[in-house]
Ligand binder design. Structure first.
Ligand SMILES: Nc1ncnc2c1ncn2[C@@H]1O[C@H](COP(=O)(O)OP(=O)(O)O)[C@@H](O)[C@H]1O
Ligand SMILES: [Mg+2]
Length: 274
């Protein structure tokens, strides 16, 4: 369990805190989405969760380990893997397998265990055939999967993904999200996904909505959608009509023609149903 109590953090050169008085709990195995406009504090929250930053006020604990105690930091960073938006900035090695071995080597594991972890991590992201490839020839999506494999080789309990799809096309985004959801299911890993995309976020167990460094709502996507036009004011693009129609079908059993493309014809279709 990850717990934040009254967490405030101000960057050294800033006057205003980047996150203010945040209290929340994330349970194991949950899928949490974090949303909010640029500058609302999402990345700062991610860095506080994995112990890259320490709170000025309040406390962050990961499975009971407080990041305020320096002796806990190695263990916290092992348990909470943090993926940054730009894979290129994270790739350091000449070969895919070396990239994945890097973390386990730093843990001081023996070569046999390191080899096992590399193989398992490659399998988890379906990249077994790329072990001997240099990372720079991979596509954007493959690089992102490689970064995820490097995190998985540390056997984390939590994965924090900071806008992992921002460099990907819609197709790549969909594939990566479904891979992440499979990993979560098969290996009981808690997923914390920072995303601008409501389509992705509504698949989560809970959405954390941030604004100006504060958590203004943390609730099931159903409740978050009830915020309606307030979402637009928070910088969140509304759901695409197709997603909305899918939700109507799944949650309310309303069958609406797939060629419904605008609000008027949707309203028309719903009126005809009843
Ligand atoms: N390294 C930094 N130094 C100083 N201020 C920063 C730094 N990183 C972020 N900030 C500021 O902290 C606030 C929150 O930023 P951030 O957590 O990156 O938000 P988000 O990820 O939601 O875009 C913003 O006002 C931003 O300008
Ligand atoms: Mg950010």
């Amino acid at each position: 369990m990850i717990r934040l109590s009254d967490v405030t953090y101000t960057y050294p050169q800033s006057k205003e805190p980047a996150v203010k008085k945040i209290s929340l709990t994330i349970r194991k195995k949950e899928f949490i989405a974090i949303m909010g406009r640029n500058g609302s504090g999402k990345s700062t929250l991610a860095r506080l969760i994995n112990g890259l930053l320490m709170p000025d006020l309040g406390e962050v604990t990961v499975d009971g380990l407080s990041s305020l105690k320096p002796e806990n930091l190695v263990e916290i960073r092992k348990r909470v893997g943090l993926l940054f938006p730009d894979p290129d900035s994270q790739l350091l090695s000449n070969l895919v397998e070396e990239e994945i071995a890097f973390g386990p080597e730093n843990l001081g594991l023996n070569p046999i265990e390191i080899g096992k972890r590399v193989d398992t991590a490659l399998k988890m992201v379906s990249m077994e055939d790329y072990a001997k490839y240099p990372p720079y020839i991979l596509s954007g999506g493959q690089k992102q999967k490689l970064c995820i494999a490097s995190l998985l080789a540390m056997q984390p309990a939590y994965l924090v993904l900071d806008e992992p799809f921002s460099m990907l096309e819609p197709r790549g985004r969909k594939d990566l999200l479904s891979l992440l959801l499979t990993i979560r299911r098969d290996f009981n890993i808690t997923l914390i996904l920072i995303t601008h995309n409501l389509e992705d976020a509504i698949q989560a167990d809970q959405i954390i909505m941030m604004n100006q460094g504060e958590v203004i709502n943390m609730a099931h996507p159903r409740e978050i959608l009830k915020m309606g036009t307030q979402l637009t004011m928070l910088g969140i693009e509304p759901l695409e009509l197709t997603t909305f129609i899918e939700l109507l079908k799944h949650n309310a059993g309303m069958s609406i023609a797939h060629d419904t493309t605008d609000i008027e014809s949707l309203v028309e279709a719903i009126c005809h149903l009843s």
